[in-house]
Design a protein around this ligand. Structure first.
Ligand SMILES: Nc1ncnc2c1ncn2[C@@H]1O[C@H](COP(=O)(O)OP(=O)(O)OP(=O)(O)O)[C@@H](O)[C@H]1O
Ligand SMILES: [Mg+2]
Length: 326
C-alpha cells in the first residue's frame, strides 16, 4: 500500500509518499521558520497563507522524487487535528480535492498519532511492545502506553506549557532565535548545568508535567544575573535543558514501571534533542530506547502516512473535516 500524505497543521508544509507505513519513498518539507522568526513564534494567519502558496508545488515535487505517478498512489492521508485551524483547512481541502478528482480513498490522521508512528519510518527493526511513547513537541507533552500501536492510550500530559514551547519561550527570554530547541541544545553543550539551580517542576507528581513555572524561574534567574554574558547564557541553557530532561525522564520511569514497557519511544520535535535521547538510553539500559531520525521528529508528512497505514481507516469524503480524526 502506497500512501501520499499531506501535513499542514502548524508552520511546516509537507508532502510524503510512504510504502507500507514504513518505507519513505519521498519526503518534502517547506519550513516557514524564517517567516515567523521575526515575530518570535508562529503567526497563524501567515502560516495558513504560506501553506496555500507552497503545497501546490510540493505535490509534483514529491511525486517526482519518489519516481511515482498518481496512478501508483493507493490512498491520500491528511492531518485533520490537532493544529492551527486555518492551516489544517488548507491541507484538508487539498487532500479532499485530490481524493475526489483522482478517485482515491482518503484517510484522516491525528497529528499526535503521526508523531507516535514516526517510530516505524525507515526502521527495519520490529517495535517490541508494550510501548511507552513520550510525545514532546511544540504544543504537546504527553505519555502514551499500549500493547499494540492501535491500542495506545494517553497516560498523562502537561498541565500547562509543552516542553518544546518552554524551549522556545526560554530562548526568547535569552534573546536566542526561534525555534529555541536547537539553539538551546548547542549553547547547553558549552555551559555548566550546575551553576544555576532551577526547580524541577511537579517533582512529586508521578506522571503529570508542567513547564510554565520553570519558564518563570528562568526569567527570574535572568533578571538577577542581568546583564548576561555569553557564558551566563550558556550556563542558563545547560541548567534549563538538564531540568527539562530530568523532569521528562522521571515521569517516563514511572510509566515504564507501570506498564512493564519493553520499548521507550521519544517522538516529536524535542526528540531531536540528542542529549535527551542519550540520557534516556543510560537510564533505561535494559529495554529498547529509540527516537526517530531528526528529520522525522519535527513535523513531516511521512509520519502522517505511517499513522494512516497502521492506525487509520478510510472514511467517506463528505465526512472529512478539520477535527475529525481523534
Ligand atoms: N534539538 C532540540 N532540542 C529541544 N527542542 C527542540 C529541538 N529541535 C526542535 N525542538 C523543538 O521542537 C518543537 C517543534 O516540534 P514539532 O514540529 O513537533 O512541534 P509542533 O508541530 O509545533 O507542535 P505539535 O506537534 O505539538 O503540534 C519546537 O518547540 C522546537 O523548539
Ligand atoms: Mg508536531
Amino acid at each position: 500500500m502506497r500512501i501520499l500524505a499531506i501535513e499542514t497543521s502548524c508552520d511546516d508544509t509537507s508532502v510524503s509518499i510512504v510504502r507500507d507505513g514504513q518505507w519513505v519513498e519521498s519526503l518534502v518539507v517547506s519550513s516557514q521558520i524564517k517567516a515567523h522568526q521575526r515575530f518570535g513564534g508562529v503567526v497563524p494567519e501567515l502560516a495558513a497563507r504560506m501553506h496555500t502558496e507552497t503545497v501546490h508545488y510540493l505535490l509534483p515535487k514529491c511525486l517526482a522524487e519518489a519516481g511515482r505517478t498518481w496512478s501508483e498512489i493507493d490512498a491520500i492521508a491528511v492531518t485533520t487535528n490537532p493544529g492551527l485551524e486555518g492551516s489544517l483547512i488548507i491541507g484538508v481541502t487539498v487532500a479532499k480535492t485530490l481524493a475526489m478528482t483522482l478517485n482515491k480513498p482518503i484517510i484522516p490522521v491525528n497529528h499526535i498519532t503521526g508523531h507516535i508512528c514516526s517510530i516505524f519510518l525507515d526502521n527495519p527493526k520490529p517495535i517490541v511492545f508494550p510501548l511507552v511513547a513520550l510525545v514532546v513537541s511544540g504544543g504537546h507533552t504527553q505519555l502514551w502506553t499500549g500493547n499494540t500501536i492501535q491500542t495506545v492510550k494517553l497516560l498523562s500530559e502537561t498541565r500547562d506549557d509543552a516542553a518544546g514551547e518552554a524551549f522556545d519561550k526560554v530562548a526568547r527570554l535569552l534573546g536566542l532565535p526561534y525555534p529555541g530547541g536547537p539553539t538551546i541544545e548547542s549553547r547547553a553543550k558549552l555551559g555548566q548545568p550546575t551553576r544555576f539551580k532551577l526547580p524541577e517542576p511537579l517533582r512529586h507528581s508521578p506522571l503529570e508535567f508542567s513547564f510554565s513555572g520553570l519558564k518563570t524561574a528562568v526569567a527570574n534567574c535572568i533578571q538577577q544575573q542581568s546583564p548576561l554574558t555569553e557564558s551566563d547564557i550558556n550556563d542558563i541553557c545547560a541548567a534549563f535543558q538538564q531540568t527539562v530532561i530530568s523532569t521528562l525522564l522521571r515521569k517516563v520511569t514511572v510509566a515504564v514501571n507501570h506498564s512493564q514497557a519493553a520499548t521507550v519511544a521519544i517522538v516529536g520535535g524535542v526528540a531531536a534533542n540528542r542529549t535527551l535521547l542519550h540520557n534516556a538510553t543510560e537510564i533505561f539500559s535494559s529495554i529498547n530506547v529509540m527516537a526517530p531520525p531528526i528529520k522525522y521528529c519535527t513535523d513531516n508528512a511521512a509520519m502522517i502516512a505511517a499513522a494512516a497505514h497502521f492506525c487509520g481507516s478510510q472514511v467517506p469524503l463528505n465526512t472529512i473535516r478539520v477535527g475529525c480524526a481523534c
